[in-house]
Design a protein around this ligand. Structure first.
Ligand code: SF4
Ligand code: SF4
Length: 252
């Protein structure tokens, strides 16, 4: 972590970074590893004491893991996916972070490209739960539109709320939150990562990126034997074997 930090300082041509996050901590053993003596957190804490960073944050997709990180009282910020589809964080994580005056960064305010009502979704994210929304953007037009949302940050009216609810409904039972509860798969498939690759391939249109990641995996969509073991573990009742089958036809 120390080496990473030095690289960041050099690349950013600065001697102090405002926020340094331990990224994508999705499993409890990853959090424990980061927090153990000699681990990533210790290196960041030392850097904070030396004035090389101001705040330490953690990012992830699993509510129990992020809750544990909050309860540890070690982090200044959390970064979580938050949008009209992924709003379950309001139940426990967001209140726990608010109680401790932590900063809340909302990633994927457009649900990874699933939501087309961009301005309304960003307003939802900022007004309902997070302090800042960080949508991915790939054109100047998108940057201008998204940044413009801040100029008119008003509450959603009934019509806009209905529009978002309607769009959310179209993803019901098909949207993977990358929480990892379905893991491990007895056949060695990395279910959340495979579904992410499918999303990048189909929703973002980043086909080369998706195929390059897919090629690094030993087990791919078609290796799903439809054993069904993951089905009861997914709290969102996603038809995982069916989704693997569809992705196998689409992505390969
Ligand atoms: S159904 Fe497929 S993805 Fe689910 S546990 Fe079985 S092999 Fe793994
Ligand atoms: S398939 Fe379900 S349990 Fe697995 S990561 Fe996606 S949302 Fe979570």
């Amino acid at each position: 972590m120390r080496k990473e930090l030095e690289t960041s300082l050099r690349n950013l041509k600065t001697d102090m970074i405002d926020l340094y996050q331990i990224h994508s901590v999705d499993y409890l053993d990853q959090l424990e590893k980061a927090l153990r003596p000699g681990g990533a957190y210790e290196a960041l804490l030392k850097a904070k004491e030396e004035g090389k960073i101001r705040w330490i944050g953690v990012t992830g997709h699993s509510r129990p893991v992020i809750l544990k990180a909050i309860y540890s009282e070690k982090f200044d910020t959390i970064q979580i996916p938050f949008n009209p589809i992924e709003d379950e964080w309001l139940e426990d994580v967001i209140p726990a972070a608010r109680e401790r005056s932590m900063g809340i960064i909302g990633m994927k305010p457009l649900a990874g490209g699933a939501l087309r009502n961009a301005a309304e979704s960003i307003r939802f994210s900022i007004l309902k739960g997070t302090d800042v929304a960080i949508p991915g953007m790939d054109s100047v037009e998108q940057v201008e539109k998204n940044a413009g949302v801040g100029e008119e940050l008003r509450e959603l009216d009934a019509e806009e709320t209905e529009k978002l609810e309607e769009e959310k409904g179209t993803w019901e039972g098909r949207f993977c939150r990358r929480c990892g509860y379905c893991m491990p798969c007895p056949n060695g498939l990395n279910i959340p990562f495979l579904l992410l690759i499918d999303a990048y391939y189909t929703r973002y249109g980043l086909k080369d990126w998706a195929l390059a990641r897919l090629n690094t995996l030993d087990k791919k969509f078609a290796d799903c034997t439809e054993c069904g073991e993951c089905l009861d573990k997914c709290p969102y009742q996603l038809p995982i074997p069916e989704m693997m089958k569809e992705a196998a036809e689409r992505v390969i």
